[in-house]
Design a protein around this ligand. Structure first.
Ligand code: APR
Ligand code: PHB
Length: 402
């Protein structure tokens, strides 16, 4: 290493995904200084294909924080979803079941682009393409983020560090193992996801249960489809040439009177493993974990980014209260407050996942029960309301201690 520079900030943030960027943005609005370090390049994080459903509370959070301009112009409001099984489509209407709440289809990478633009425009510090990120001193008064960039070594002295570096980041593993408890479930299936230049096959997001496995019809715009099929967890993507994907999708999603799915050039194809994971607590000393660094949900409930946004709201409130008054009660309560909401989203994501997928571990009894569950959830208004309430997003207040 040639040289070493040290900077100071109030909150050092590791990771420029939705969590880290939103935290930096919301803190700046409270007059709190932060620096974000990210080991990937700007193009990479802006183009990464991820989920795309925003809860009502996420839409409101972004809009209230001045991030709504492009989202409101280009995002697609949806009033419901479809659940398909046995050749029939069933609609679940959100506004009528939730007192007017809706969802929006807007790619996570678009949210990331909007956040990066807003931060850079406001003079915010995001350091891309760093290597060897490490954190130290989280048990003391002044924790430090260290990283390398362009052959030089850098350090950031912070009051607090936010670990927003996703599931594979370095922050969670920097906490002594004995101080954390992990709760984990790995599912015996994965999703093969495709982004295609084709007319979306369903007007609304459609969750399809079939004897051949689960499939999901989603979209990114009126001309771009986002499509998924359940595959084995160790599936080789080479086994899925484009035509095989389209044929399988058609079989799993067919309902009476539906036109055949329009195919088109496939822009991106990837396999997503399915797991549920939570670490407790979400704080150690002066390190706070948020988003995927602390928890993973299977994508069936579309909760991943929305949970990250809720964590960041709670963490911002706690940090803002501390810098305003010196009171650490909010910071001390952050983990419990966030986890209470996280576990409800975990429950919902697990429930949607087990209701809709075919599991090789299921007995004939499980399959009959699953079929009854689908019948119930699409036939009972009480059950539909339960699904709708969770899908549009539980209120942030449910995170408050009783
Ligand atoms: N140093 C710096 N940055 C890192 C490091 C590291 N050692 N390790 C990981 N990162 C970066 C990643 O490159 C990524 O940009 O941290 C960021 C973490 O972002 P996400 O994985 O998007 O996690 P988060 O911001 O919490 O967003 C949660 O993203 O993964 C989806 O489904 C998830 O929708 C959810 C949302
Ligand atoms: C998506 O559009 O990528 C999407 C939609 C709903 C989900 C998961 C992903 O549950």
């Amino acid at each position: 290493m040639l040289s070493m520079t040290t900077r100071r900030t109030q909150v050092g943030i590791v990771g420029a995904g939705p969590s880290g960027l939103l935290l930096s943005h919301l803190l700046a609005r409270q007059g709190i200084d932060s620096i974000v370090v990210e080991n990937r390049g700007r193009d990479y994080v802006e183009e990464r294909v991820r989920a795309g459903v925003l809860e009502q509370g996420t839409i409101d959070t972004l809009a209230e924080a001045g991030l709504g301009e492009r989202m409101m112009a280009e995002g697609l409001f949806h009033d419901g979803i479809e659940i398909r099984f046995d050749g029939q489509a069933h609609r679940i209407d959100f506004p009528s079941l939730t007192g007017g709440k809706r969802i929006m289809v807007y790619g996570q990478n678009e949210v990331v682009k909007d956040l990066i633009d807003a931060r850079l425009e406001a003079g915010g510090a995001i350091v891309f393409d760093v290597d060897d990120t490490a954190i130290e001193g989280i048990d003391g008064e002044s924790p430090t983020i260290r990283y390398g960039k362009d052959g030089a070594e850098h350090a950031i002295a912070c009051d607090y560090i936010a670990g927003c570096d996703g599931f594979h980041g370095i922050c969670r593993p920097s906490i002594p193992e004995a101080a954390l408890t992990g709760y984990d479930r790995v599912y015996p299936f994965a999703w093969l996801g495709v982004l295609a230049d084709s007319t979306p096959p369903s007007r609304e997001v459609a969750y399809c249960h079939s004897e051949r496995g689960f499939a999901l019809l989603s979209l990114r715009s009126p001309t771009v489809s986002r499509l998924y099929i359940q595959v084995a967890p160790d599936e080789d993507i080479a086994n899925w040439p484009d035509q095989r994907f389209w044929d399988e999708l058609q079989r799993r999603t067919a309902v009476e009177d539906a036109a055949p799915i329009e195919t088109g050039p496939i822009l991106h194809k990837g396999i997503t493993p399915m797991r549920s994971f939570v670490v407790e607590p979400m704080r150690h000393g002066r390190l706070f974990l948020a988003g995927d660094a602390a928890h993973i949900v299977p994508p069936t409930g579309a909760k991943g980014m929305n949970l990250a946004v809720a964590d960041i709201r709670f963490l911002t409130e706690a940090l803002a209260a501390f810098y305003r008054t010196g009171d650490t009660a909010g910071l001390d309560g952050y983990s419990a407050r966030a986890l209470r909401r996280v576990w409800k989203a975990q429950r919902f994501s697990w429930w949607m996942t087990t209701m809709l997928h075919l599991s090789p571990n299921d007995s004939p009894f499980d399959r009959r029960r699953q079929r009854a569950e689908l019948d119930y959830v699409t036939g009972s208004e009480a059950a539909m309301r339960t699904l709708a309430e969770n899908y549009v997003g539980l209120p942030f207040e449910t995170g408050l201690a009783p």
